[in-house]
Write a protein that binds this ligand. Structure first.
Ligand code: PEP
Ligand code: MG
Length: 539
């Protein structure tokens, strides 16, 4: 966040680990030029054509990228068709404004609104809007909706970068992203991590023009026009990082992680079926968390029973005999779903989300339970409920599930009730864990830490306060694990802590023996446990 006076070196926050050395390219100059205006009808036509061109661009990027990236781009695709959003722009044109001025002033207003939101998630969407603004302006001002090309291997520097712009860049020759604002929890950071592209965010002001740059995603630094000595240090660090990754991958192929002679089960968290294609997923002991809410909002409306059943079936087939834990929809909070979640909640993280929402919408919940009850006949399936606060909620969900199974069986459709567990992520549940008649517990440390520390999990400015290693958070994790041991109920942890080498010693000391992590973190977690078990706690 601060320029080092001696050298042009900046420090930010790591969003994706890795190293990049290449040409320095600034990309956020807004399209310039003027659009020659005509009659209001001409202007409306020009805007419609530009909107279509921008929409085609984004749709083709979504098609090429597929999976998670396609879902992320959905936000922009939907906006380009949203009458409520477009009507005031067309009204301004009808009142005599040129298309480009009407469009950019409407978008600037929206961008300012998103930027002033207290929620980091909403702030992150402002760069999607800026991207839409610029795509449409480029077409209106006589260019194409496409952004200028960026040379391969570049260190791309921007205020912020929308996912669509990230996906347009050719990363096949390496390169990295340096953002002056941005957030490690943004969608573009998620894409960078899953594609192994280094990214540093929140660098502050980088005013200097430069030819070349070094981006160190481990130290979260950006160095401009580096000296030979800086390059030498950087290349040595990059080399050490490569070796350590290679060693981690070698460990991944070994049969099991163990600590103090006890096997540590390492499972994976997935968002959707194609996450199983990650090269490291095959080494997992199973799926510890499938976040099914990512099936929502992929097409028109909520997914029907057959679509869900096919997704669950695909995961169970992939897993074979390995266990698969599927979580029922955890929509709400930072995951709004139009047509399902409540609009206008003052405090969505404390509102109707997770199981609360499913119990309030038995129509939507029943469809998911039917798909799960049918899938449970196919493999080693466990189902868990998110955001459970009281035992009554678990019992209400169980009873809805039992009804669904009975109804299916009455129609001679193969269905069974799977083992039912809960996420332990609300402090009330962790504090009264003995009262829950669950078959297993999975600790959601992301939410548990935010509710225990009263720190919004999407707010990157809270620093140490939001650290999940706080004693209060560890206390509740330890309490849950102790109870599980005494009662013979399995306990795992599936929040981001499980994939963070810094947190692993504390989690193992709490007694956890089952961790569920993103596929890309498996190798490093296994390596960390291996080092700890050999008494080398340096990692
Ligand atoms: C958690 O809260 O730790 C968790 C795994 O669930 P999510 O991140 O989906 O809320
Ligand atoms: Mg959670």
């Amino acid at each position: 966040m601060r320029a080092d006076l001696a050298r042009l070196a900046y420090r930010g926050r790591t969003a994706s680990i890795g190293f990049a050395h290449g040409p320095f390219v600034r990309v956020d100059a807004a399209p310039s030029g003027r659009h020659a205006s005509g009659t209001p009808e001409d202007e409306k036509r020009a805007l419609r054509a530009a909107l279509e061109s921008g929409g085609r661009q984004i749709a083709s990027l979504a098609h090429a990228a597929g999976g998670e990236a396609a879902q992320i781009l959905e936000f922009q695709v939907v906006l380009l068709d949203d009458e409520d959003f477009l009507d005031p722009v067309f009204a301004a044109i009808a009142a005599g404004a040129p298309a480009d001025a009407a469009w950019s002033s409407a978008l600037d207003e929206q961008i300012a609104d998103y930027n002033s939101a207290s929620d980091e998630y909403l702030q992150a969407r402002s760069s999607d809007l800026a991207d839409l603004r610029d795509r449409v302006l480029r077409t209106l001002r006589g260019g194409t909706a496409e952004a200028p090309k960026i040379p391969g291997g570049a260190v791309v520097c921007a205020e912020d970068l929308p996912p669509s712009r990230f996906l347009e860049i050719d990363w096949s020759n390496g390169g990295g992203v340096a953002l002056l604002r941005g957030s490690p929890t943004s969608h573009v950071a998620l894409l960078a991590r899953s594609r192994g592209i280094p990214m540093v965010v929140q660098l502050g002001t980088v005013a200097e023009p430069a030819q070349a740059a070094l981006l160190d995603g481990e130290r979260a630094t950006l160095e401009l026009d580096p000296s030979a000595q800086q390059i030498d240090v950087f290349e040595r660090r990059r080399d050490a990082h490569r070796k350590s990754r290679a060693a981690a991958h070698a460990i991944l192929r070994r049969p099991a992680a163990s600590w103090g002679g006890e096997k540590i089960k390492l499972l994976i968290n997935i968002q959707r079926v194609d996450d199983l294609d990650h090269v490291d997923a095959q080494y997992a002991d199973g799926v510890g968390l499938m976040r099914t809410e990512f099936l929502l909002g992929q097409g028109a409306g909520l997914p029907d029973e057959e679509t869900q059943y096919l997704a669950y079936d695909a995961v169970l087939r992939w897993a074979g005999n390995r266990p698969v834990t599927i979580r029922t929809f955890d929509a709400g909070g930072d995951k709004p779903v139009p047509g399902f979640t409540e609009d206008g909640e003052a405090n969505p993280f404390l509102g109707v989300r997770g199981l609360r929402l499913c119990l309030a919408r038995p129509d939507v919940f029943a469809v998911q339970l039917r798909a799960l009850a049918r899938a449970a006949t196919l493999g080693n399936l466990r189902v868990m409920f998110p955001m459970v606060t009281t035992p009554d909620e678990l019992e209400a969900a169980r009873s809805a599930f039992v009804d669904v199974v009975r109804a299916l069986q009455a129609r001679r459709i193969p269905a069974v009730l799977p083992e039912l567990g809960i996420m332990v992520e609300v402090p009330a549940a962790a504090l009264t864990i003995e009262r829950f008649k669950a078959s297993f517990f999975s600790i959601g440390s992301n939410d548990l830490a935010q509710y225990v520390t009263a720190c919004d999990r999407t707010n990157g400015t809270l620093g140490k306060l939001s650290d999940p290693l706080q004693p209060a958070v560890l206390e509740l994790i330890g309490r849950t694990v102790d109870y599980g041991r005494r009662a013979g109920i399995s306990v795992s942890l599936c929040g981001e802590m499980a994939g963070d080498p810094r947190c692993i010693p504390a989690l193992l000391s709490c007694g956890l023996r089952e961790l569920s992590v993103n596929p890309s973190a498996l190798a490093q977690v296994k390596q960390t446990i291996d080092r700890l078990s050999r008494g080398d706690a340096r990692d």
